[in-house]
Design a protein. Structure first.
Length: 202
C-alpha cells in the first residue's frame, strides 16, 4: 500500500490530477476556517460592534511629571472633542495615570458639557459671532460654498459638530489648543443664546 501511494504522488508531480477524499476536505476546512461556521467572516463569526453615540477626536495629549520623594510620577492629560455631526459637540479634559484612564475621564467630561448649536437648515451659522477665552479670541461667520475654512481646534469642533460653510479665524496669536477650543465653544454658545433671545422677542 505504501508503494501505491508513492506511485500516485509521482504521477501527480508529472501533471496528473489528485482526487482527495471528502473526509480530508472537511478536516482542512475546519482547520483553516472553511465551511459555514469557520472563519471570522462566516455566519458564526463575531457580531459587529455597535456604532458609538458620538465621534471623538483627540486634540492634545500631554505627559505631566510630578516630583515626589521617591522620584518622579508621570500622569497624562488629554483634550478630547466629541460630536454627533448633527449639531451637538463638546470639549472635555481628563487626567489619569495612563492614557486609557485619561481618555475615559475626558469623554465623560465632554459628554457632560455637550452643546447643541443652533444651525440653519444647511448646517451653517445663521450670522457672525465672536468670543474671547483667556488669551484666545475667535471670529466665526457663515461662508456659503466655501466649506469649513478654519484651523486648529475650530476645524475639529466644526467637523464633529456637523457645521458646514463656515469661516473661523483666531484673531489672537495664542497656540494653546485648550484655550482655542474653549473660545470656539463660547462663540457657538453665544450664537445659540442670541437666536433664543430673538425668538423670545418675536
Amino acid at each position: 500500500m505504501n508503494t501505491d501511494k508513492e506511485t500516485t504522488e509521482t504521477k501527480n508531480s508529472q501533471g496528473g490530477f489528485q482526487s482527495r477524499p471528502a473526509s480530508n476536505g472537511v478536516k482542512m476546512g475546519r482547520r483553516f476556517g472553511g465551511g459555514r461556521s469557520g472563519g471570522r467572516g462566516g455566519r458564526g463569526g463575531r457580531p459587529d460592534r455597535p456604532k458609538p453615540e458620538y465621534d471623538q477626536k483627540m486634540l492634545a495629549l500631554n505627559r505631566v511629571a510630578r516630583v515626589v520623594r521617591g522620584g518622579r510620577r508621570f500622569s497624562f492629560m488629554m483634550i478630547l472633542v466629541i460630536g454627533n455631526r448633527r449639531g451637538e459637540v463638546g470639549v472635555g479634559v481628563g487626567k489619569g495615570a495612563d492614557v486609557s484612564a485619561a481618555m475615559d475621564k475626558a469623554y465623560r467630561d465632554a459628554k457632560k458639557n455637550l452643546l447643541t448649536v443652533n444651525l440653519t437648515k444647511s448646517f451653517s451659522l445663521p450670522h457672525e459671532t465672536e468670543a474671547k477665552f483667556c488669551s484666545s479670541r475667535i471670529m466665526m461667520r457663515p461662508a456659503p460654498g466655501r466649506g469649513v475654512a478654519a484651523g486648529s481646534s475650530a476645524r475639529v469642533i466644526c467637523n464633529l459638530g456637523g457645521i458646514k460653510d463656515v469661516s473661523a479665524k483666531f484673531v489672537s496669536k495664542s497656540k494653546n489648543k485648550l484655550n482655542n477650543a474653549r473660545a470656539t465653544m463660547k462663540a457657538l454658545n453665544k450664537l445659540s443664546r442670541i437666536e433664543t433671545n430673538n425668538t423670545n422677542h418675536s
